[in-house]
Design a protein around this ligand. Structure first.
Ligand code: 0WD
Length: 256
């Protein structure tokens, strides 16, 4: 069944209309899902609500959730449980590293910068998966966003690459722990998209140019393409897939 009517999905990390999370929200909405949005702080609430107001279909719900705060995570999912009962999937589209460590040499990464990047970009998936598990009582799919820089050295990606490697490993361990609850955990490794977070990565334009020259599809990917793959991973279409990293990157990761 391709329809997500009657199902509810949590989307974490919509900052603006360019956010990958927004692409995912649109694909899920088109399939008929009800959406729950979480945002990091009150200052993002208005933009998330304004975007969600452009969607048709079931009314969306909104919760603040700073993923660096364990209490906040627990509280958010308790509130979601009170308000909707069961959810069928979750998209984790959250990452952060200090801008000055996304250029130059990885060698210069500070202890603080290392811990911050891992805390927000990797550990948060584990904390969120633990909190959502009890309300995914009918099973479902958790999806996170990763990047090639976790598998290979990508200039300037630095500490974020190391955090993505940690996130990728988390996907496999979480898939193993949650499989017995019929919860699948997968990642999408997205090609470069011009979002707020991407602005923080040094020489981002150059990465884009390389994709156009060398990726098998010879073009950058779109937000919609990531959204549709996330829809696949959170629907029954992918019911035999877990612990996997799917590259939505015009094939770039396959060429040397
Ligand atoms: O090229 C790209 N843009 C790629 C991005 C290629 C491959 C992967 N990705 C990944 C990113 O690393 C990230 O994991 O996709 C994910 C989403 O990133 P994005 O869409 O590129 O960036 P952006 O639009 O800036 O969204 C990042 C979100 C923001 O959303 P909200 O509305 O929640 O503020 O991460 C959020 C950030 O604020 N975020 C946090 N959310 C909760 N608690 C926190 C936090 N402590 N810190 C950052």
């Amino acid at each position: 069944n391709f329809s997500l009517e009657g199902r509810t999905y949590v989307v974490m990390g919509v900052a603006n209309k360019r956010s990958i999370a927004w692409g995912i929200a649109q694909s899920l909405n088109k399939a008929g899902a009800r959406l729950i949005f979480t945002y990091a702080a009150e200052r993002f609430e208005k933009s998330v609500r304004d975007l969600a107001a452009t969607l048709e279909g079931p009314e969306s719900l909104f919760y603040e959730c700073d993923v660096t705060n364990d209490e906040a995570i627990i509280q958010t999912f308790e509130n979601i449980q009170k308000d909707v009962g069961v959810v069928h999937g979750l998209a984790h589209c959250i990452a952060f590293a200090n801008r000055d460590e996304l250029k130059g040499e990885y060698l210069n990464t500070s202890r603080d910068g290392f811990l911050t990047a891992h805390n927000i970009s990797s550990y948060s998936l584990t904390a969120v998966a633990r909190a959502v598990q009890p309300i995914m009582s009918e099973g479902g799919g958790i999806v996170t966003l990763t990047y090639l820089g976790g598998e290979k050295v990508v200039e300037n990606y630095n500490v974020m690459g190391v955090a993505k490697a940690s996130l990728d490993a988390s996907v496999r361990y979480l898939a193993n722990d949650l499989g017995k609850h019929a919860i699948r955990v997968n990642a999408i490794s997205a090609g470069p998209l011009r979002t707020l977070s991407a602005k923080g990565v040094g020489d981002f334009n150059k990465i884009h140019q390389v994709i156009e020259e060398r990726a098998p599809l010879r073009r950058p990917i779109t937000q919609e393409e990531v959204g549709d793959t996330a829809y696949f991973l959170m629907s029954d279409l992918s019911r035999g897939v877990t612990g996997e990293i799917i590259h939505v990157d015009s094939g770039f990761s396959t060429v040397a």
